[in-house]
Write a protein that binds this ligand. Structure first.
Ligand code: NAD
Ligand code: UD1
Length: 336
């Protein structure tokens, strides 16, 4: 089966490429390398002993994208490509709408023109905003998002839903990720953010390796047991395997379906720091700071729907995330 991964050189895409290649899928990748390195693809090839087909291309280049679809009959597409820094999107909304929405429009047009019917889309728990109820199930109300980034995810979900309503032969799985972390157990691929990391786990590993001074814990006055925010941290390899389950679901012709991918377990920022210190026997330098605008106190999934309908469940623990994230950072102190 030929699967195209847009954004497949990135963090989640490269881990998914690895699991797909291991399971004998033919993997094709389109990425403009705006937030990734081609080295990730070389390493996936080395780890799997399989060749991936890579096209360095921006999804905004419509003609070149059509040529790739014309020359390759893909069975399914996993659409990871997008800009993802929530704070940056507040400062640069146009860049986010242009890239994330524009790229998706071109992709959907190419799929329509060349008869590709199956799509998995990388959405985010950010679409739930400040949840009214915990744990969060897929039928929880979708309100407004806290950032233009979040709104691009909401808009893409809606546009995919409209396209599916107009064409009953299309199959779309929307995957709402909770908080991905960790790395492949080899330590050869992992998260390599450009500049200052936005997310907690890469910030912790960079502080511990010494490339940043100290982590600022964003607020300890939330209504949670230790006052710090609670999130559902999911190992990136479990998340990658969720995409293989989604591809199987597409083959059942489900129309449009939505799944949360998380563990169902919430951990506070201080619990993550403690788990990291315990697992890796390293101190994490940190200070308590102010709340970060837009953060919600608690966010974790009800994993039941994915468990029943995708036969998928996260297997790895927070300790596994911390150990694997640190192995990657130690082996690659400056990333790729
Ligand atoms: P990432 O930045 O590592 O990967 C995204 C990839 O897309 C990068 O390799 C980038 O170069 C590429 N890309 C961006 N715009 C492109 C364009 N116009 N044309 C071609 N390639 C383009 O991010 P990730 O963490 O792997 O996230 C993958 C997807 O999952 C994103 O859509 C992101 O919004 C979503 N997501 C991520 C998280 C997270 O915490 N990492 C959480 C929820 C959802
Ligand atoms: C963030 C994004 C969200 C996106 C998700 C996955 C914001 C407001 N939200 O979610 O849109 O879908 O990433 O990419 O940016 N923390 C610290 N110090 C730090 C970094 C984080 O204390 O230096 C805390 C945060 O307050 C939060 C937790 O760690 O409580 C996790 O933060 P982060 O990794 O940024 O993920 P989210 O905020 O859940």
């Amino acid at each position: 089966m030929k699967v195209l991964l847009t954004g497949g050189a990135g963090y989640i895409g490269s881990h998914t490429a690895l699991e797909l290649a291991k399971n004998n899928f033919e993997v094709y990748i389109i990425d403009n390398l705006a937030n990734s390195s081609i080295e990730a693809i070389f390493r996936v090839e080395k780890l799997t002993g399989k060749k991936l087909t890579f096209f360095e291309l921006d999804l905004l280049e419509r003609e070149a994208l059509n040529d790739i679809f014309d020359q390759n009959q893909f069975d399914a597409v996993i659409h990871f490509a997008g800009l993802k820094a929530a704070a940056e999107s507040v400062a640069q909304p146009l860049a986010y709408y242009r890239n994330n929405i524009g790229g998706t429009l071109n992709l959907c047009a190419a799929m329509g023109r060349f008869g590709v019917k199956n799509l998995v889309f990388s959405s985010s728990a950010t679409v739930y905003g400040n949840p009214e109820q915990l744990p969060i199930s897929e039928d929880a109300p979708i309100t407004d998002a806290a950032s233009p980034y979040g709104r691009t995810k909401l808009m893409i979900e809606k546009l995919l839903s409209d396209i599916c309503a107009a064409d009953s032969t299309l199959n779309v799985v929307l995957l709402r990720y909770f908080n991905p972390g960790g790395a492949h157990e080899s330590g050869d691929i992992g998260e390599d953010p450009n500049g200052i990391p936005n997310n907690l786990l890469p910030y912790i590993t960079q502080c511990t390796v010494g490339s940043r001074k100290a982590l600022t814990v964003f607020g300890d006055d939330y209504p949670t047991p230790d006052g710090t925010c609670i999130r559902d941290y999911i190992h990136v390899v479990d998340l990658a395997l969720g995409h293989l389950a989604a591809i199987s679901k597409l083959q059942q012709n489900p129309g449009l379906v939505t799944y949360n991918l998380g563990t169902g377990r919430g951990s506070s920022v201080l619990e993550v720091i403690q788990a990291f210190e315990r697992t890796n026997e390293r101190k994490v330098p940190y200070v308590i700071g102010l709340r970060r605008p837009g953060d919600v106190a608690e966010c974790y999934t009800d994993p039941t729907k994915a468990k029943i309908e995708l036969a998928w469940q996260a297997q790895r623990t927070l300790e596994d995330i911390c150990r694997d994230a640190w192995r990657w950072q130690k082996k690659n102190p400056e990333g790729y």
